[in-house]
Design a protein around this ligand. Sequence first.
Ligand SMILES: NC(=[NH2+])NCCC[C@H](N)C(=O)O
Length: 483
Amino acid sequence: MPTPGSTPRPSLRIKPVEAQIAEGGADAEGHSLRRTMGLFQLTAFGIGAVVGTGIFVSLSDIVPVAGPASILSFLLAAATCVLSGLSFAELAGVIPVAGSSYAYAYATFGEAVAFLMGGWLLLEYGVSLSAVAVGWGQYLNELTGTLFGVALPDALSNPPGDGGLVNVPAALLIMLVALLLVRGVRESARATTAMVVVKLVVLALFVGLALTAFDSGNLLPFAPHGLAGIGAGASLAFFSYVGFDAISTAGEEVHNPRRNLPLAIVGSIGVCTVLYCAVTLAAIGAMPPERIGDSPAVLSTIAESVSGSATGAAVIAFGAVVAIASVVLAVFYGQTRILMSMSRDGLIPHVFERVSPTTGTPVANTWIVGGLFAVIAAVVPLKVVLDLTTIGSLAAMALVNLCVLALRRQRPDLPRNFTVPFGPVLPLLGFAFCLYLSVGFGGSTWILFLAFSVLCLLGYVAYGRRHSRLAVATDPVEGAPIP
Ligand SMILES: NC(=[NH2+])NCCC[C@H](N)C(=O)O
């Protein structure tokens, strides 16, 4: 394992914690970020990044495999997140910079692994951008259908493989958000808080409405497919939790990050878990599990069948459309910033870090990300993008758990105001849980994931290794710093 000051092979070059923190004092535009966020805002920011399409669309996948025990699937996914979230908190406390998982990997396992982590983050952010946009389109269709009686035909609202040709609304949304980001529009802290309130209110309304038709008979048999079903359900439920690590990217903008980051991570996972379990219980109570598998905008469908009118369905759909659009903005923004850090490190081409002098934003970066993931949203089935996002996020989180252990061994000297308790036990458990959930995916997801990972490593060998800023700063032959 490389240590600072040693003369490692290029792929094992690490970027020391101190260097990352020193650079972290200035944002991509060259200004220092101001520390403006407190614990409450940070927790709201976390909930805002986490609650998106997942809970609105994925019950129709989870309930058929786990039955009423889907609630346990959500708890299992949450446990995985809390364990890994503690690891994020420890690392974010030591390395409070915007690069998050990518930065942690670069400080511990070296450049090749950091590059691979960057690739997995492309699944966690970029591909999830497509997934979230597709879910948004389904609820938009539901909304226009119930309000005006017009919905897009399947051919224009679904990709090939899901009974259509191209998903127009999802791709349009991504391009529209690209336009906003290029012009420098970012969700303000106040808008984030407002969106969080909209989401919580809509989901609470759903729970209240669905509970009026609660039939406890729907809860039996509780676990029709046993433990295996619960595990498979947890793999699918995990998507709904993806995003809490965004909290660790705000390390440069938070008061007292060493205290507030861990609290906000655990707090936002906790709030989401309560919410998701309540929604699941209410949904199953209101509609027999065997019928939940049929509908795309499943929460609206249940609301309509319970209330017997379209109004309930329209309110839920409206809330989903507003709230999910804000997630697209946040995830898209996150993806462009991750690519900027990799580009500043020289691992990917400089076009990704170039900031336009007129708009002050990374214009080319934004259009490349927008174009690529709009196409994916347009033509790839939802299930495929959901599963790829999840397996990529699980891989990234599994590795973050190992980063904690590596950094403790390599840099015991660094100040840690928050340390995951019980020594290596919880990070190791976090790693094992991530592994367990990822095993739940089928062969085709694994093949896509492994092929993508190999491509990333090839990309590192072909480009990153030679253009790395660390390579430029060291003697190419000896790998030693040039005096
Ligand atoms: N990197 C991200 N924040 N991706 C968005 C995650 C999706 C979110 N958990 C949802 O349920 O829709």
